[in-house]
Unconditional design. Sequence first.
Length: 269
Amino acid sequence: MARAVPRNQIAGVKTHARRIATLFALISSAAANAQIAPDGSWHYLAQPYAMFPNMHGKTGIADLPTVPVDEDPGDIFDHLQMGAMLYLEARNDHWAFSSDVLYMDLGSDIESSVGPVDIVGDADVSQIGWELAVLRRITPSFELGVGLTYNQVDVDLDLTTTTILGATDRSGGLEQNWIDPTIVFRATRPLDDDGRWFFQARGNVGGFGVGSDLMWQIMAHVIFRPSEKWSFSFGYRVIDIDFEDGSGPDHFVYDMQTFGPELRLGINF
């Protein structure tokens, strides 16, 4: 049974939806003069990439205290145990089908205070995000579609809480899996007359209480294509997930924003 969405969460969804709609309109207007020559054939893209993320938010499991996470790329790569990211796409003049897989396994040092309670310890978080999407070309430069994002987050906490009564060691782990339906947009604009440089923006908004209370992401890249086969891109990405479920020993909180620059290598065929 789907959880009831609080009124303040609904208001937040409407606010983000208005912002995304405004962004759609601005990007669509800015890219109105872009042209993509139709040829009726299918094209394919394999794109491994690296993200240099910051993470800011909070996580909590069971009856353990909810703890803040505030990590920059240096902190994350110090604690990174494994990471893998791969984007795949098949497209023709009218349709695009894409798969985007992101996996990170990392740790975070915890040091915070909640009232008279001091909390120190470690958090280990592994995260899989797998988005499948289909996009329909609306104009030569603008695509709109839908997607499903599978999320798996595994959190292990090892904490020491200190009060006036003394210190207590507590630990636990919990894994959650959920799927977020999303609305997806993409806009592409050439930056030169030779078709080598492009600007591309892509975004999602979804969850809506089906999985996450709200999830959204947006990314913007400058793409360089020195040949028909190869492409290189540099950009910035923000992923925001607000998920909470369960109670007692099954309580799980993952309210996190991951953001930072990306580097991508594209193989076109």
